[in-house]
Design a binder for this molecule. Structure first.
Ligand code: MG
Length: 173
């Protein structure tokens, strides 16, 4: 049985926002969502996967998505953000951590995301190699105020819990 200590359990938080524009497809959690507008960014601008990536990196003490995948790097131009999550998961596993669960919130005025939550949840579970019951996806509107409420942007937040699965007492990574 795992002994709970600061070296054996970690929490990580991620947040991101992107502008909504006419043109690009809307990608959320690795799923294309029918929408009049998509998110603007260097990669596919998947705001949820960027928040999840930051939560994963943060939990393992590995910095942030901008350090790993700079938006000045041409190799990430138009990239599917799945690769950022998969790389973060690989780094976490390589350091002896297992992911326990993910919870996340997407804030968007339009489109309504409720019908798409099951597909997003399933895709996140696949990317993190988790049972779907260990992934939760919440969706909120911006209540018509601020950039989200005016339909100018989407925001996402994510939190993950890691547990060390080897017997190492390593605490620096
Ligand atoms: Mg981003």
């Amino acid at each position: 049985m795992t002994t709970i200590s600061p070296a054996s359990i970690r929490v990580g938080l991620g947040q991101d926002a992107h502008r909504l524009v006419v043109g690009p497809p809307l990608m959320l959690g690795g799923v294309e969502i029918p929408s009049a507008k998509g998110l603007d960014g260097h990669s596919d601008a998947d705001v949820l996967l960027h928040a999840v990536t930051d939560a994963l990196l943060g939990a393992a003490g590995l910095g942030d998505i901008g350090e790993w995948f700079p938006n000045s790097d041409p190799q990430w131009k138009g990239a599917a953000s799945d690769v950022f999550v998969l790389e973060a998961v690989k780094e976490i596993h390589a350091r002896g951590w297992a992911i326990i669960n993910l919870d996340c919130t997407i804030s968007a005025e339009q489109p309504k995301l409720t019908p798409h939550k099951p597909a997003i949840r399933q895709r996140l579970a696949e990317l993190l190699q988790l049972d779907v019951n260990c992934v939760n996806v919440k969706a909120k509107t911006g209540e018509l105020v601020g950039p989200v409420g005016r339909g100018e942007a989407m925001n996402a937040e994510a939190i993950v819990l890691l547990v060390r699965i080897d017997n190492s007492t390593q605490t620096d990574s």
